[in-house]
Design a protein around this ligand. Structure first.
Ligand SMILES: Nc1ncnc2c1ncn2[C@@H]1O[C@H](COP(=O)(O)OP(=O)(O)OP(=O)(O)O)[C@@H](O)[C@H]1O
Length: 750
């Protein structure tokens, strides 16, 4: 039996503490994050169920609890028992045991199996599972495989409980406790006690602040070098999340000093500098001094940037001998037979693809990048080259396949990612077998992916990098496409002419206007719109915007023949706020996928995830082969196996409950996450509440995700501000300098 203290602030001085015993009948609400729980308890000899409220680590229906707390009168819900402390005893009645076993506590045992087990072993059930679990084979319908599964799950849940108890007392939520356990197993407590900051390196979702809280609860000295090192790395990690490959010393010092100062401890720049220098000497960080400014890199960033530059220079070194008149002849015959005319810029690009090993093709929407790429692919085919097409995301690869008429792969797949080694099979030692490679949506290439790709390209192969430089930079660190162009080392063709077919599109016109810093032409919404690029003022307040978005999705969009559930994507500049993704997801879920009896759902940290919900993957998961930004739909929820099935395009992928924080609702997603994808209809809320994030390339990227219809919702002021703002999102990188490019300052902000 274990005793747990809950965090509820029961005012015991006013109402006396009393004891209460009972069996948990059902859980009304449980927050995985905080453990805050509302449950219904059946007490012996009491007819009515009691509502209990408090923080619980791992509460399950069927548990027998002994509680201490106070009675409270809740204005809305009446009398409740506010739990201060609780302990658990094993259930003692047949029904209690059955409920406990079947509550989902053990993977592999649902209510039906629980009934069978209890019918066989009666009151000895729990003792047998604990001490003589091989006997489970005696239960009809349970085979050897299931026995093994139950044995494993039983041991795991016991160990989890222990780890939970330890972590809860040190301020960690139950969700993270499960993740910590999954990562470290039985070593969890030892690792956390030894170095709580390890968690922030190993576990997705645990950052320095959570680790710091645990460390504080464990009594780690706030002035310890140990803590300072973790704080400095954390600041560099945060900078990487903002896209930087390094930080100059002054910025790093300021940020780390602030981060390391707490109520009990004041950190100083001198103290941080001392630790920073040691980290440099010990190569825990790489120090590079440029123009007298010390720059600090995480080692992997430094070496990757350096090696990427070396790989590119190597590709550029190999000369290419081509018979240019023959190429021109081929282009003439090709364009004549296909009855097309290439613009001079396009002609230049096609010739360059034959004569240069590496080149970049850039330009805005409708300028014919795809058209040109198709011609280049045809030329390469005619030259007898073995060709590969790739893009950073599944969606972008799919689009490229459709447009180019040959199979395109994600870069991960092209490079043959191996989940076992967490590395790519293709690389310097085993390069790609292709003679010519096209990589599309190159604005999404971050430092690491670009390096993995380029080092796998044979030095005698061709590489065509296609991308729109005005789009948002990659989610990951670096600004590779921009840097490659800036270095002036790689030949670039910029397509600038918008083709007639594209000129009629209001979306394309608005995108080019935004790029030039002009207020875009948007048609005010009406019942019979002419343009495909519309504007709805969205009222004065963000609340009105939410209402407007709902009405657009419910009434307007279907009136134009679009499906409100599958065709529309709401893209927001940010997560927080009333018109942020978090709130809109709640509202749109209610509108588009409301609760229903036939739709199972699970509570995930206070948010519901329901069958039919649109979801987005939030990190690269190489084992499941699902990548950051992939969209799917909740297909089914299995409360016995603790698993959720997500349908991604044509693939079903299973998630354990504990891994559900890899997913977020996607009725509304951030513009950043939408890169590389296109949707029939895009709704783009832009409000002054977003002003810190509003920028030209953000709105440009959001708008150009729309294939058939874009609706901007929000104030003119916010749209105007975004269009004028061209200076945000600068990133620290040294790639242009490493390529030996003509950069005025070598400490580069791309
Ligand atoms: N040389 C050309 N002659 C005739 N039409 C062209 C030519 N180049 C492009 N187009 C047409 O212009 C339109 C836009 O071209 P394309 O789709 O290749 O642009 P893009 O730069 O790839 O745009 P996006 O970035 O939006 O995908 C298409 O309808 C295409 O067929």
């Amino acid at each position: 039996m274990s005793t747990y203290q809950t965090n509820t602030s029961g005012d015991s001085s006013v109402t006396p503490q009393v004891s209460l015993t009972g069996v948990v009948e059902r859980i009304t609400f449980h927050s995985e994050e905080s453990g805050y729980t509302v449950a219904r308890l059946q007490s012996p000899r009491v007819r009515e169920l009691t509502t209990i409220v408090g923080n619980f680590a791992n509460i399950q229906a069927g548990q027998t609890l002994q509680l201490q707390g106070t009675w409270k009168e809740h204005l809305q819900y009446g009398q409740q028992f506010q739990v201060i402390k609780y302990s658990e005893t094993k259930p003692a009645t047949l029904t209690g045991i059955e409920k406990y076993l079947g509550s989902g506590l053990i993977k592999g045992v649902g209510p039906v199996t629980a009934k069978r087990i209890v019918a066989h072993f009666a009151l000895d059930t729990l003792e047998i599972i604990e001490q003589d679990s091989d006997r489970l084979i005696e239960v009809p319908g349970i085979g050897k495989k299931r026995v093994k599964m139950i044995q494993r799950a039983w041991v795991e849940q016991k160990a989890i409980k222990e780890v939970m108890l330890f972590l809860q007392t040190h301020g960690v939520s139950t969700t993270y406790a499960v993740k910590i356990f999954k990562q470290y197993g039985e070593k969890s407590i030892a690792i956390v006690t030894n170095n709580p900051y390890q968690l922030s390196e190993d576990i997705f979702g645990i950052g320095f602040l959570t680790a710091d809280l645990i460390a504080r609860n464990l009594g780690v000295d706030p002035a310890s070098t140990f803590r300072y090192r973790a704080g400095i790395k954390h600041v560099l990690g945060e900078a990487a999340e903002d896209g930087h490959c390094f930080l100059p010393q002054p910025e790093l010092l300021t940020a780390a000093t602030t981060k390391l100062t707490t109520q009990e401890h004041t950190s100083t720049a001198d103290a941080v500098l001392e630790v920073l220098r040691t980290m440099g000497v010990e190569q825990e960080l790489i120090l590079e001094t440029v123009e007298d400014v010390p720059l600090y890199f995480q080692p992997s960033f430094f070496y990757t940037e350096q090696n990427l530059a070396i790989s590119i220079l190597k590709l550029l070194e190999r000369p290419q001998t081509v018979d240019l008149p023959r190429v021109r002849n081929w282009i003439e015959r090709f364009t004549q037979s296909h009855k097309i005319t290439l613009s001079p810029e396009q002609q230049q690009a096609v010739e360059m693809a034959a004569t240069q090993r590496v080149m970049i093709l850039t330009g805005g929407p409708g300028c014919g990048k795809t058209f040109c790429t198709r011609t280049i692919v045809a030329l390469w085919k005619a030259m007898g080259k073995k060709i590969a097409l790739a893009a950073p995301t599944g969606r972008a690869a799919q689009r490229l396949s459709e447009m180019a008429g040959i199979e395109a792969k994600t870069i991960h797949r092209l490079l043959e990612f191996d989940p076992a080694t967490r590395g790519f099979k293709r690389g310097v030692d085993e390069p790609l077998p292709h003679d010519a490679i096209v990589v599309d949506e190159a604005s999404m290439l971050d430092l690491f992916l670009a390096h993995s790709l380029i080092k796998a390209v044979r030095t005698d192969a061709h590489l065509l990098i296609v991308g729109d430089i005005d789009q948002l930079p990659s989610v990951g660190p670096g600004s590779v496409l921009g840097d490659l162009i800036k270095s002036s080392r790689i030949p670039v063709v910029r397509l600038t002419q918008v083709f007639r077919q594209a000129q009629s599109s209001g979306i394309i016109r608005a995108a080019h206007q935004i790029n030039r810093g002009q207020y875009p032409t948007l048609e005010t919404i009406s019942d019979a719109p002419v343009s495909d690029c519309l504007w709805h003022s969205g009222g004065f307040e963000p609340e009105h915007g939410v209402q407007a978005i709902c009405e657009l999705i419910r009434d307007f969009v279907p009136s134009l023949g679009f499906d409100p559930v599958t065709d529309v994507q709401v893209l927001c500049p940010m997560t927080r706020g009333i018109v942020g993704t978090r709130n809109l997801n709640q509202v749109l879920q209610q509108l588009l996928n409301p609760p229903a009896l036939e739709k199972p759902q699970i509570n995930r940290g206070g948010d519901m995830l329901r069958v039919g919900d649109r979801v987005i993957q939030l990190k690269n998961d190489y084992e499941r082969e699902v990548f950051n930004g992939d969209l799917g739909v909740v297909g089914s929820i299995d409360s016995t196996e603790h698993e959720v099935m997500i349908q991604f395009d044509n693939r079903e992928v299973i998630y354990d409950y504990a891994d559900l924080n890899e997913l977020g609702l996607a009725w509304s997603i951030s513009i950043h996450k939408s890169q590389g994808s296109e949707y029939p209809v895009v709704i783009l809320p832009l409000y002054m509440q977003h002003y810190l994030l509003l920028s030209r390339n953000l709105v440009y990227t959001g708008l150009t995700r729309a294939k058939k219809l874009a609706i901007v919702v929000g104030s003119n002021k916010a749209i105007g501000l975004a269009v004028r703002q061209n200076q945000v999102g600068k990133r620290y990188t040294r790639l242009p300098a490493r390529l030996g490019g003509n950069t005025s300052s070598t400490i580069h902000q791309s």
